[in-house]
Design a protein around this ligand. Sequence first.
Ligand SMILES: [Zn+2]
Length: 269
Amino acid sequence: MQLFIGFFTAVLIAYVAFRLRSLTGSGAIAAIAIGTIIFGIGGWQWAILLLTFFISSSALTRIYKNRNSGSEDFYAKGGQRDAGQVLGNGLVAAFFVLSQGTLFDGDLAWVCFATALAAVNADTWATELGGLSSSRPRLITNLAVSVEKGTSGGVSSVGTSAAFFGSALIGLEGALLSPSGLDWNLFLPITLAGFAASMFDSILGASVQAMFYCPVDKKQTEKHPKHSCGTTTKHIRGLKWLNNDWVNLLASASGLIIILPWLSFTNGF
Ligand SMILES: [Zn+2]
């Protein structure tokens, strides 16, 4: 029964998001799959965390779409999220819902799930709100280098603060909605692990993520094979296949490297 309600809710939300142009067709199908697992198998607490991420990131993209104009030239994809983006952000979280009772007990699966969502929420808030920064971002791997707004691996104080609050909001929900009841001991670990994972996202973005160059506009871009102007873009650094979706997927799993040792040390998980 819960699985059926979960599927129905996921279809409804994906349909609305598709109509609002927050999701493409493929993005809506991927969102139904992820949503059915999280709503239908996890339940309402898990659903609230996913929806916090989904609604806040879609809303921020919508609100700041105009102010971030110019970045459309840069990003591989527009504000309408496709299947790759949905899976890059949601697959690790869905995996932990499925892992409860098999790989992990319920409490541990919950913490890992919340950490994965804290990471992607932090990254999305940083990307959207970082665009409001008045100064140019700097490359996380070399702060002496300033880069174009929107460049993967670029960080600013506005974006970094946004990442912290994006992670803290999921950390707060992770503590309040824990399946075994309110547990304040979860707030700080989830928040800091999610925040650290979003920094790791930037490090991957500055190092191994594929970056291309448009010789006509003389601009770096994530667009490939063609830039928005129609010119074929040249590969300048990173692994050619490793786009932002892969970076999000890796980063959303990376918070576990922090949270698992932390909790085994403090809470005896
Ligand atoms: Zn161009």
